[in-house]
Design a protein around this ligand. Structure first.
Ligand code: DAK
Length: 251
């Protein structure tokens, strides 16, 4: 029997889940169906009350090598529009729970964009990041020209997008694309340590903080501050706020 393309394992004690991209022969190239399956898996976890934080990972060779070039090669503009891959990317943006990308090997093109749509990136020493679409006669289409400059600044984003060259995990760390770099064999353990810590916090506070930080990329400072204030106040309607503050004061 063929193995599933998306593997999901839930740790109910820690309230975390690991989602593994498992299309190894194509280096996890993101075909429409594969991205759709990932979308369904992540939205299912987003609604599962026994999960508070999600880790998204690939294999040691590839997180994801980008969109499936076989499916793109003969595409037309209308064909791409009809396929509505963009709808799937927009749907990933709606996920409420924090997602940590645990990246080993290639995170290239749509793979790099997928890592960037996650909320943090932990990289293995062997990770390589790049936006090589220019070498295929196209340009990034799922955030490479938008999220990347916000993370690494205009000049580095220009260099990566216009040359198509890959950067190492260490360089990705130096320019602010990834949160940390760890030995490859420690990748999942390290991602789990961070995920466990996040998953042990107030679910509502975590999700509202994530939502507020993401709004900062889309709103003016004043609108963002107003949005933050609403979410901040909503946290005072949770049992965790009462319990945690009481516990602090009584210790
Ligand atoms: N698509 C399809 N197959 C791929 C692939 C890809 N992106 N990347 C690798 N593969 C396949 C190879 O064809 C090869 O298959 P076989 O020959 O074994 O059948 C197998 O995976 C192993 O690859 P290699 O033999 O090439 O492995 P190497 O270690 O030598 O090289 C590599 C690894 C990652 C450097 C190389 O495979 C490579 O350059 N791959 C292409 C990377 C790339 O150009 N990626 C960008 C694709 S364009 C959008 C959303 C998303 C996107 C656009 C729009 N909308 C919402 C509108 C995204 C676009 C892209 O990502």
């Amino acid at each position: 029997m063929e193995a599933a393309n998306i593997l999901v394992s839930i740790n109910e004690t820690k309230k975390t889940a690991i989602v593994t991209l498992n299309r190894p022969k194509e280096l996890n190239a993101l075909s429409y169906d594969f991205l759709n399956e990932l979308n369904v898996a992540l939205h299912t976890l987003d609604k599962n009350d026994s999960v508070n934080c999600i880790i998204l990972t690939g294999s040691t060779k590839a997180f994801a090598a980008g969109a499936d070039i076989k499916a793109l090669a003969e595409q037309s503009p209308i064909g791409i529009w009809k396929m509505d891959m963009y709808g799937l990317w927009q749907s990933l943006k709606q996920l409420k729970k924090p997602i940590i990308a645990a990246v080993a090997g290639f995170a290239i093109g749509g793979g790099c964009e997928l890592a960037m749509i996650c909320d943090m990136i932990i990289a293995a020493e062997n990770a390589q990041f790049g936006q090589p679409e220019i070498k295929l006669g196209i340009m990034p289409g799922a955030g490479g020209t938008q999220r990347l400059p916000k993370l690494v600044g205009k000049n580095k984003a220009m260099e990566m997008v216009l040359t198509g060259n890959f950067i190492s995990a260490d360089e990705a760390y130096r320019i602010g694309l990834v949160n940390k770099v760890v030995p490859t064999e420690m990748l999942i353990l390290e991602a789990e340590t961070t995920a466990n810590l996040i998953a042990s916090q107030s679910t509502i506070a975590v999700q509202m903080a994530k939502e507020s930080i993401l709004k900062s990329f889309e709103m003016s400072l004043n609108d963002g501050l107003a949005f933050e204030r609403r979410n901040y106040m909503a946290c005072f309607d949770t049992p965790e706020q009462k319990e945690k503050m009481k516990a602090f004061l009584s210790k």
